[in-house]
Design a protein around this ligand. Structure first.
Ligand code: SF4
Length: 115
């Protein structure tokens, strides 16, 4: 398999990730609060999922089930694991829509169901 360039080049991977954050609300992402990097959970994450629900036109308690891990663009194939673009436990996969390695528990506006 020809490995996608971002799996071989961390800078390109990071650039594409940032693009997904800015243009497709990839998240909930980690933020820095008082100098500490924290994962968005609880109230802050709830706000994120509510915003995603509004953008998708669905209740937030439906939105929270739309995750990279069940998105059609999420690739955790053995080839992708061999490329370094996914983990064998499925927690990290390669996003073919935005071309970066994303986390199964996150999402973005480009989420689409698997067929
Ligand atoms: S895998 Fe799907 S939900 Fe995750 S970043 Fe890519 S397009 Fe968005």
């Amino acid at each position: 398999m020809n490995c996608p360039t971002p799996t071989q080049n961390p800078r390109i991977n990071a650039r594409n990730r940032l693009r997904a954050v800015r243009e497709a609300m990839y998240g909930p992402v980690k933020v820095t609060i008082f100098g500490k990097v924290v994962d968005l959970r609880g109230g802050l994450a709830l706000r994120y999922w509510r915003r995603m629900g509004v953008r998708w036109g669905i209740p937030y308690d439906e939105a929270i089930y739309r995750r990279c891990g069940n998105c059609a663009a999420y690739d955790t194939s053995p080839d992708m694991v061999a490329c370094g673009g996914a983990s064998s436990d499925g927690s990290v996969g390669y996003c073919h829509a935005w071309n970066f390695t994303c986390a199964a528990r996150r999402t973005c506006l480009s989420w689409s169901p698997r067929r």
